[in-house]
Design a protein around this ligand. Structure first.
Ligand SMILES: [Zn+2]
Length: 433
């Protein structure tokens, strides 16, 4: 299948034609007309986005998301690769489960799905899972995480870091000291006192980050900190990087834009783990992402069905969907505020995550010979978020009704058009290889 994208705008502003064949960019120039034609109408062409933090819920909770519906949400959001977290039912703690998720991703063919393996068996925090078997499986797992739960036992964390070092793997930590967050419902601060909800102190996150960067230094292994939310956490990662420790960090779009005072109306759509923090934390996170202390944006796309969110605050599930709004929320938080340019956004949402995870066919600069994992964005568009139009099976977006900048128009996965005019094209079996 050959394609020519006409009139694409590159990051440097040049308007070019891009010819695609056999999953690769064959040529970039002018007056190209081979194969099927897609007119980009001077919209921005960038490498497909890469998310290292997606919850797809399959196997086990197909009522909230499947690999196929999550892949569709990803393609609509401009993502060409996503990493599926391990907290499914059963847990992705064996070669069998990670291979199942990997195969379902291939069958959906809308986005490359790379499973993350659990660090501990059943996410129980007691015994290491079969890390080697998952690494050697067809899914070739390189990132391991108990996300949703913290690997709180320091000895087990040390052993996990030691184990993955043998194959250059990464432990992605959900930093939450459990003893400091028993029953916690929201950020600990002025708002939690006013509302009478159990607080979740910043130190519960920062204590684990501090411990784990020191463990990573001691072992000489790679640590990734999931969803940083506090100013103190950013300072700790900055300290670790200055010391030469192999640590990378991510921030979610929602923590770049939303604050804990939104909890005041007790709407559980704003209930999330880790919780929304304060405006000064938001400012520190934005600064950290702009200066590269925070390497990447991770969506923490966490679908939940209506019955798990549309209830009282205390009993509602933690989590928000995010794949379809991620790019726009980052543009609103970082580009519209002049903290970052588009090239830096592409670094944080495509190039750096692909590099951290070793997804060699993703996050490549748009150039001759690169893999044709691409997305085209109307950077001047504004759109209103309507949860009913989301491709995700779950509708728990905190951005409902909000006007957001920048719209993803078209997405190519390994040379095949999977999203056209913001609509999913069913490409049949195996859109990817
Ligand atoms: Zn998490």
């Amino acid at each position: 299948m050959e394609f020519t994208i006409k009139n694409a705008r590159m990051l440097d502003g040049a308007i070019v034609d891009v010819e695609i064949a056999n999953g690769l960019i064959k040529n970039i120039g002018s007056g190209l007309n081979n194969g099927e034609i897609l007119d980009a109408e001077k919209n921005l062409l960038i490498p497909g986005l890469v998310d290292l933090h997606t919850h797809l819920r399959e196997p086990g909770r197909e009522d909230s998301e499947t690999v196929a519906t999550g892949s569709a949400a990803a393609a609509k959001g401009g993502f060409t690769a996503i990493s599926a977290m391990a907290n499914t039912f059963p847990v992705a703690d064996t070669a069998g489960v990670v291979e199942q998720v990997y195969r379902l991703g291939k069958e959906a063919g809308l986005c490359d799905v790379f499973p993350i393996g659990a660090v501990t068996q059943g996410l129980n925090g007691n015994k290491l899972a079969e890390l080697g078997a998952m690494a050697n499986s067809k899914a070739q797992v390189r990132i391991f995480s108990d996300d949703g739960k913290c690997v709180s036992d320091p000895l087990l964390m040390r052993r996990a870091l030691e184990y993955v070092k043998t194959f250059n793997g990464i432990i992605a930590q959900h930093a939450q000291e459990p003893a400091l967050t028993v029953g916690s419902q929201m950020n600990e601060g002025i708002v939690s006192s006013k509302l009478g909800l159990a607080g979740w102190p910043a130190v519960a996150e920062e204590a684990i980050i501090a411990r784990d960067i020191l463990l990573a230094e001691h072992v000489g292994s790679r640590l990734h900190i999931c969803h940083l939310t506090t100013a103190g956490g950013v300072d700790l990662v900055r300290f670790a990087k200055a010391r030469g420790i192999q640590v990378t960090a991510e921030v979610t779009p929602h923590h770049l834009l939303l604050t804990d005072d939104l909890v005041s109306n007790y709407d559980p759509v704003f209930k999330v783990n880790p919780p929304l923090r304060t405006q000064s934390d938001v400012i520190a996170l934005r600064k950290g992402l702009a200066d590269g202390t925070i390497d990447i944006v991770g969506t923490d796309h966490a679908p939940h069905p209506t019955e798990d969110k549309d209830c009282e605050w205390q009993s509602a599930a933690f989590g928000m969907v995010g794949l379809e709004t991620a790019l726009s929320v980052v543009v609103k938080s970082m580009i519209d505020t002049k903290l970052m340019d588009w090239q830096t956004l592409v670094n944080r949402m495509s190039i750096a995550p692909a590099k951290i995870a070793g997804y060699s066919k993703h996050g490549q600069d748009v150039a001759k010979g690169s893999s044709a994992n691409l997305t085209i964005v109307d950077t001047s568009a504004n759109w209103i978020v309507d949860r009913n139009t989301l491709a995700s099976k779950s509708k728990n977006t905190p951005f409902q009704g909000m006007t957001l900048p920048a719209q993803v128009l078209h997405t190519f996965l390994n040379g095949e058009l999977v999203l056209r005019d913001s609509k999913i094209i069913k490409s049949g079996i195996g859109g990817s290889n």
